[in-house]
Design a protein around this ligand. Structure first.
Ligand code: T46
Length: 132
């Protein structure tokens, strides 16, 4: 599968960097939640789930980390290392995140409020949903 990367306009000038994110513009949904992961050890692997309905855009605002995305047919890995790029993660995609740099701050914009019942945490259940 091809990862869907969004290029954000670079509004930087001589004073420093600036990127602007706007719902239903360069972020393809209404933003209901923002969270960020930081201080993740390099040897830690996170994720291991898919979402039934949630859509997200992940931006590595500092440092770098790698995303594995799996649509049930094929997998891709993407190294996120730029605040100018967002990885669009649609629903029904298995994700794992790993190889975090020490300074990594991974910001995630989400289309829904937190809802544990939206998570598919078993890979076999995910494959069942793909073929449903
Ligand atoms: C995802 C990847 C990219 C909350 O209470 N509210 C929240 O908004 C979030 C994101 C998490 N939590 C709780 C649920 C767990 O008890 O925080 C704990 C850790 O969450 P989780 O193990 O799901 O974290 P990751 O890094 O495996 O996954 C997260 C998101 O949960 C998930 O939606 O797509 O980042």
């Amino acid at each position: 599968m091809n990862p869907a990367l969004i290029d954000f306009k670079d509004l930087s000038d001589y004073r420093g960097g600036l990127v602007s994110l706007e719902e239903n513009k360069n972020i393809p949904f209404t933003i209901r939640r923002v969270y960020y992961l930081f201080g993740t050890d390099t040897d830690v692997r996170r994720g291991f789930h898919a979402h039934k309905t949630l859509k997200q855009v992940a931006v590595c605002v500092k440092g770098a980390c790698t995303f594995l995305l799996d649509d049930g047919h094929s997998r891709s890995t993407t190294r996120l290392s730029s605040p100018h790029k967002g990885l669009y993660i649609s629903n029904i995609l298995w994700r794992e995140m790993f190889d975090f740099t020490d300074d990594c701050v991974l910001m995630v914009l989400a289309s829904e409020y937190y809802d544990e019942s939206d998570y598919i945490r078993e890979y076999d259940d995910f494959i069942e949903q793909v073929h449903a």
